[in-house]
Design a protein around this ligand. Structure first.
Ligand code: SF4
Length: 437
């Protein structure tokens, strides 16, 4: 590869993928590469893919297909990385033979070498990684530092492909994490966003204790210059009440609790292999509501139409949603994924039509609850971190400490990462509206 090559990174999927892309981009820069914003101008195009749903794979494959003309006309090198690379491996190379490489999430550190030596191949499989290269990450949003603290998952929820694409759990050492946090803050980060497939499984290798995930939050909190610490995604099974106590003690840590319930019925939770019951989940939520009573928000993920979800089981989910009253819920219709146990339960599949009906029913309920809950913020002053300015709305968009999206008018000149006090004047289900005070 010539010196001063150009590269473009397209990222699909979760924040962990975003951080992986930042890490790869940072290491390509160190090799002399220059990141460009249009794939037409790139010598190397990297597509970082997601496998969580078939739709995500289809979109990425559409992009890879469209790149063929650049490979032919300009000799562009294309590398596919991430979960779909792991999931499809050699099959992806066979489908798109013009790819330079197919690289699973545990082989990303090979990418500089693959480019330098033009090494065509498929690099997939579970293996130990080094977190060393993450410290070179470029921040796509400089005010927000995504920091991967644990990779992999060994829970094998029966619908989920992640344990097959990201491999075994590997936790990063506390000292290494704190060093990266300090470097990010020195470079201008105001938000630290800790990442893991199950972020609160950090430390599984040392029994989750000494240090625990709560200890890590405490240490990150001590770093001066941070406005907010967020973390994605915790697993309810590993979310102890002691962690709630720690979070409530630490003013910089968000009091947005995102706890994926996935179903509100014990039989469906058992079929999903989630490792908790509805009663245990509600007990945890009640504890959060009590301990963080003055300010908190709760979000969740839920799947409707999981194989074996009877109409009664779905009714149970509706009831649980009415009881808990989440602030936000990301609702997905079940889609079978390769390798997973649930994909084999074909005799229990719910029809597409019924899945859509359940999606609509739950969405309407959640929309109503979220609208009602958000009315409590009208008239309050909210401290918001600016994400961007939306020309079409003539307003800034940002997020507050409990992860509410806030659209607001203010004087010109605020930059992403600036903190603004906003008086909330109107609230809808998913957005608060206001103006600077
Ligand atoms: S905990 Fe379950 S849903 Fe989450 S990544 Fe692991 S297997 Fe997937």
């Amino acid at each position: 590869m010539k010196d001063n090559f150009t590269f473009y990174v397209q990222t699909y999927g979760c924040q962990m993928n975003k951080n992986d892309s930042e890490m790869v981009a940072g290491n390509l820069r160190l090799m002399g590469g220059r990141m460009v914003t249009d794939m037409k101008d790139a010598d190397i195009v990297l597509i970082n893919t997601c496998s969580v749903r078939q739709h995500a794979e289809d979109r990425a494959q559409g992009t890879i297909g469209a790149l063929k003309k650049y490979v032919r006309e300009k000799g562009t090198k294309v590398i596919v990385m991430g979960c779909m690379a792991e999931n499809m491996g050699q099959a992806l190379m066979e489908k798109f033979p013009y790819l330079l490489a197919v690289v699973g999430p545990n082989y990303l550190e090979y990418i500089p070498e693959i480019i330098r030596e033009n090494k065509k191949g498929v690099y997939v499989g579970d293996r130990d990684i080094t977190f060393e290269l993450y410290k070179n990450a470029v921040r796509f949003e400089p005010y927000r530092a995504y920091i991967t603290i644990v990779k992999g998952c060994e829970n094998f929820c029966t619908y989920c492909i992640v344990p097959y694409t990201r491999g075994h759990i590997q936790s990063r050492r506390m000292g290494d994490i704190i060093r990266e946090v300090k470097m990010a803050v020195e470079a201008g980060a105001k938000e630290i966003h800790l990442l893991g497939q199950n972020v609160n499984e950090w430390g599984k290798e040392w029994g989750y204790k000494d240090p625990s995930f709560g200890d890590l939050l405490r240490e990150v909190s001590k770093v001066d210059g941070i406005e907010i610490i967020r973390y994605t995604t915790p697993h309810p099974k590993y979310f102890g009440k002691d962690l709630v106590d720690t979070i409530v003690e630490l003013p910089k840590v968000t009091r947005y609790f995102h706890l994926p319930i996935q179903a509100g019925d014990n039989e469906v939770l058992r079929l999903m292999n989630r490792g908790y019951t509805v009663e245990e989940f509600i007990d945890l939520i009640d504890y959060i509501k009590e301990k963080a009573a003055d300010r908190y928000a709760i979000g969740t993920d839920v799947i409707v139409g999981f194989p074996g979800e009877t109409p009664e089981a779905f009714e149970n989910t509706l009831k649980v949603f009415e009881k808990i009253r989440f602030d936000v819920a990301y609702i997905a219709m079940y889609s079978p994924r390769p390798h997973t146990a649930a994909a084999l339960l074909t005799d229990k599949f719910v029809s597409e039509e019924e899945k859509k009906r359940r999606f609509d029913a739950l969405y309407s309920l959640q929309e109503k609850i979220a609208w009602e809950k958000n009315q409590q913020y009208v008239g309050t002053i909210d401290r918001v971190m600016v994400d961007n300015y939306d020309e079409s709305k003539g307003a800034y968009i940002g997020r507050d400490d409990i992860n509410k999206t806030v659209v607001f008018t203010a004087k010109e000149g605020y930059k992403p990462g600036d903190m603004v006090d906003v008086k909330i004047e109107k609230a809808k289900s998913w957005v608060l509206y206001g103006r600077e005070v």
